[in-house]
Write a protein that binds this ligand. Structure first.
Ligand code: AMP
Ligand code: MG
Length: 341
């Protein structure tokens, strides 16, 4: 039995040296959502000085965490998860927006992405609290079935835009979408401050806009897992993009030599087993890309390709065969973004 730490980022963001004339690129970084964030942006003077911007960024991220972190006792999502059936719970605008996007991807992915998996996530020991027992053995089949029955998103009702009421013992988990939403929120904040050229990244989920410091597209690498020496598999050249990655090597536990990714198939109640090594998605927002990347870890390859095409999503899959060899495939919409190394 071994508890693995995330084995390195799936992405590396290449900031090429040098700056275009008259534009000063600044970097801000810090911690949030159990990981780190990095921002690089073209500063236009006092209004976008790093110290002032960083305070605004940290305040915005704190508000999002207070809304939707299952790791906090004082969050809105924890209040909802603890509320009895029938009791109204007040939510904030960020929560309502993430719920709306989550509902959309749940529907479009035929339930592969489902924010109502919280109880299953906890039962398998992938959540905020994990007991030693959970690290040693898999849960009892009856307990899995009971938790699956309660993981019913339809039991989350919204009688008013900022009020939720549960009609069954359902609990929510936004971990598969909140980081992406955080990136969107910081990108919006930068735009409000007049920043047009930026790269925002939280734990591998990325938004870019405009140009990099060299005046060209932002270059974002999709890397192989560290077992393959972190080799860059492909480089994306992006001016305007919202991108997220899910991967089995980033977050998993091993019980009795069997590896379980932190992703549950909501339709069975069991963690997914035959997953791609990683899935990178470009979508109209990072929140949607984040949710879809998780969905594509659950969906079988044919269905995944079909849904990617149907929803016009640019998707890049990295798969490992039983001999440990890596290969990749991509959806038609990804083709346009694939650059040269
Ligand atoms: P990500 O790293 O974005 O793929 O999110 C993984 C996290 O989302 C897990 O650690 C769980 O907390 C939660 N999760 C697991 N399975 C699902 C699922 N099928 N749909 C939505 N969230 C999930
Ligand atoms: Mg995700």
């Amino acid at each position: 039995m071994r508890l693995a730490l995330p084995a390195g980022l799936a992405l590396c963001v290449m900031l090429l040296a040098g700056c275009s004339p008259n534009v000063d690129y600044q970097r801000i970084e810090g911690q949030t959502m159990g990981t780190r964030y990095h921002i690089s942006y073209a500063s236009l003077g006092k209004a976008t000085a790093p110290a002032a911007l960083q305070a605004a960024v940290d305040a915005r991220l704190e508000a999002i965490n207070r809304s939707m972190s299952t790791y906090r006792d004082d969050s809105v999502i924890t209040a909802f998860n603890r509320a009895p059936v029938g009791q109204p719970v007040a939510i904030d605008a960020d929560f309502a927006q993430v719920l709306r996007l989550a509902r959309q991807v749940r529907q479009d992915s035929a339930g592969a992405f489902d924010p109502a998996v919280a109880e299953l996530v906890d039962l398998w020991g992938f959540g905020a609290r994990r007991s030693v027992q959970q690290m040693m053995s898999i849960p009892d089949a009856n307990a899995i079935e009971a938790a699956r029955g309660r993981s019913n998103f339809d039991a989350v009702t919204q009688p008013e835009p900022l009020t939720l009421v549960k009609t069954g013992a359902v609990r929510l988990d936004f971990s598969a979408i909140a980081k992406g939403y955080g990136v969107d929120a910081i990108a919006a904040l930068l735009r409000e401050h007049g920043v047009a050229h930026y790269m925002v990244e939280i734990g591998g989920e990325v938004a870019v806009s405009g140009n990099n410091p060299r005046g060209g597209p932002w270059r974002i690498g999709i890397e192989a897992p560290q077992a393959a020496r972190g080799r860059t598999l492909t480089m994306l050249n992006l001016h305007e993009a919202a991108m997220a990655t899910s991967g089995d090597y980033r977050n998993y536990i091993e019980i009795d030599g069997q590896r379980y990714a932190h992703i549950i198939d909501p339709r069975t109640g069991y963690p997914v087993r035959q997953t791609p090594t990683s899935v990178t998605v470009l979508a109209s927002s990072v929140a949607l890309a984040d949710a879809w990347a998780t969905a594509f870890m659950v969906l079988d390859p044919e269905r995944a390709q079909e849904l990617a095409r149907q929803h016009g999503l640019a998707v890049y899959w990295v798969v490992t065969n039983p001999q440990g060899e890596l290969s990749s495939r991509f959806s038609p919409a990804m083709q346009a973004h694939l650059g040269t190394r």
